[in-house]
Design a protein around this ligand. Structure first.
Ligand code: OXD
Ligand code: MN
Length: 589
């Protein structure tokens, strides 16, 4: 057969995988619109996808996953390195030989009657020295079409590989979508990913979490860079100055909203602009200037639909108006468009819900799954930064961590220095969300928002952060934010969304040493007077209360962190235990 590549490793990977899974045919994806169009047509014919109203939503399609396959499955996601110790206590581990054997048994012959698609894709701009190439094999047209939005797919990836270049191998086989045989396996020492029995994005779009975070974090540790679960945004000042922030929040905690925020009116009137470079993943390197430079390796947004509306995130909503794939949202049969909770109020009178059932506001269930998604091309985003296409990426002024915390953590605070900032990231806790299976709203430790995505021992990961701080002579300042403080009635105490600009403003002022701060037990906290409240009906007293650092609470938090840290044993960097001691001592003062 004629192959579109001379790369022997690609050909061997495809042939071996085909021998195992026995597809009826192999289709080599070239990324052309002509080929994608044919696949969309085919998927609509089989019912895998539905065509939406092409006048209102041109190029948009709809897909439902199996009811049992709606989120990432952390308990079935494994790091398969030779030594168990190297996966660390926060990952599930399996011996690589055992894992390969098990996955091969599960996938054997499972593409019979199906087509295997070969997707060549680049994470990052094709050919950039900071980008990496992957080949994903899949038996799902839905995966091909999503990958064509989320990554840079095309035969130019083969040009980058040449005859002998290496790439990340990804084998995805839907098999029977059997939740008991669902496995998302990473072999960081072999640059390989195998995903079986799922068709949910986070488990099967292998360029995203599997490659760009789990495998890439491992590569980053060995090659001296970082792969982080971070949005990247740019703020342009009235005088044209540009500043960049990368921010890590756990899944479904508002990264997309922050990345695309529209500043309050008076900021806009003065000429401030916020632009989005990325909403989920940042690859970060030390530049020649000693600063940290970040690129977004993705090419689209795989965003959580519920809650996205004209007010919360008009830019994301605009991004979904064409060439977008919607998954597990509801369909409005009146005009064949989509709907999800929070899109409009009141809800339409009649919908088809994410399970395909008739739905009315009286149904008493959600019309869209809480983790329903849109897959939208980045180019659709009205506030996409020009820097999105920059090979070097953007220099970071600030790194921001943040979790969903009803109590304890103030609206914003700044770390004292890099290592204290690493400590602040390492002690992140957040309430779980619908992005992963399991209970939601449960407080858990999620260091740097990487608990589900770190491809190696978390203690080594902390040490790598400390090392990166040593390599960068001019590193960004590190902050922590919490948009989710609640009062006694469970009401959120900070308006969030566009008003988060007020906090970013303070953060960037701190980066240019143009505002003072109060030193507290946990770091630098703003004086309430320094958070701009212009145009907002919000009391300074409430602001004071969400800036307050309650030493008694932080003292218990410190005890709890000590417990959490125990699992890392010797691998916990001394820089972090020292910072924990300081926190404890500060709380006792
Ligand atoms: C995502 C996630 O889809 O974090 O980005 O789950
Ligand atoms: Mn994410």
């Amino acid at each position: 057969m004629a192959y579109p590549t001379k790369n022997k490793k690609v050909i061997a990977f495809v042939e071996e995988s085909a021998k195992l899974t026995c597809p009826d045919q192999i289709v080599w994806i070239d990324g052309s619109e002509k080929q994608l169009k044919k696949l969309r047509k085919q998927a609509c014919k089989t019912g895998e996808m539905l065509k939406l109203n092409q006048k209102k939503l041109p190029g948009c399609y709809y897909h439902r996953t199996a009811e049992n396959d709606v989120a990432r499955v952390e308990a079935r996601t494994f790091i398969c390195c030779k030594e168990k110790e190297n996966a660390g206590p926060t990952n599930y581990w399996m011996d690589p030989q055992e894992a390969y054997k098990m996955c091969y048994e599960i996938a054997r012959g499972k593409m019979k009657g199906r087509t295997m698609y070969v997707i060549p894709y680049s994470m990052g701009i094709v050919g950039s020295p900071f980008s990496k190439i992957g080949i994903e094999l899949t038996d799902s047209i839905y995966v091909v079409l999503n990958m064509a939005i989320m990554t840079r797919v095309g035969t130019d990836c083969y040009d980058v590989l040449g005859e002998d270049g290496d790439f990340i191998k990804g084998l995805h086989c839907k098999c029977d979508v059997d939740p008991e045989k669902r496995y998302i396996m990473h072999f960081p020492e072999d640059d390989t990913i195998i995903s079986v029995n799922s068709a949910y994005g986070g488990n099967v779009l292998l360029g995203k979490k599997c490659f760009a975070l789990r495998i890439a974090s491992f590569l980053g540790k060995n090659e001296g860079w970082m792969a982080e679960h971070m949005l990247i945004l740019g703020v342009t000042y009235p005088d044209g100055t540009k500043k960049y922030i990368a921010a890590a929040f756990p899944s479904a905690c508002g990264k997309t909203n922050l990345a695309m925020l529209i500043p309050p009116k008076h900021y806009l009137e003065q000429g401030y602009k916020v632009e989005c470079v990325g909403d989920d993943i940042a690859w970060i390197r030390v530049g020649k200037d000693g600063r940290l430079w970040a690129v977004n390796p993705e090419n689209g947004f795989f965003g959580v639909a519920p809650g996205t509306n004209e007010k919360s995130n008009p830019n994301a909503l605009a991004a979904t108006k064409k060439n977008t794939i919607f998954t597990n949202v509801a369909i409005n049969p009146a005009d064949n468009t989509v709907w999800w909770e929070g899109l409009t109020k009141p809800a339409p009178e009649h919908l088809i819900d994410w399970l395909g059932k008739e739905w009315t506001p009286e149904s008493g269930v959600k019309a869209a799954h809480p983790n329903s998604r849109f897959t939208a091309p980045a180019v659709n985003c009205p506030c996409l930064s020009e820097a999105f296409n920059s090979k070097e990426g953007v220099p970071l002024d600030a790194i921001v961590f943040g979790g969903r915390r009803a109590t304890t953590t103030p609206l914003v605070y700044q770390s004292r220095d890099w290592n204290h900032g690493v400590f602040v990231g390492s002690i992140m806790s957040s309430e779980t969300t619908a992005a992963a299976t399991g209970a939601t709203g449960v407080l858990r430790h999620d260091p740097m928002a990487m608990k589900p995505f770190c491809g190696y021992h978390m203690g080594d990961y902390f040490a790598h952060w400390v090392e990166m701080g040593k390599k960068a002579s001019n590193p960004p300042k590190i902050f922590n934010v919490n948009w989710f403080r609640q009062d006694q009635n469970g009401e959120f105490m900070w308006p969030g969304f566009g008003d988060n600009m007020r906090v970013l403003d303070w953060i960037l002022k701190r980066c240019s040493d143009s505002v003072d701060a109060q030193e507290t037990a946990i770091g630098y906290v703003p004086y309430a007077k320094d958070i701009d409240l212009e145009g907002l009906d919000y009391s300074r007293d409430t602001l004071e209360s969400i800036l307050y650092v309650d030493k008694a609470r932080w003292s218990s938090e410190a005890d709890e962190i000590a417990e959490f840290y125990k699992q890392f044993g010797d691998k916990l960097p001394a820089e972090l235990s020292e910072n924990l001691k300081t926190l404890k001592a500060n709380c006792a003062k």
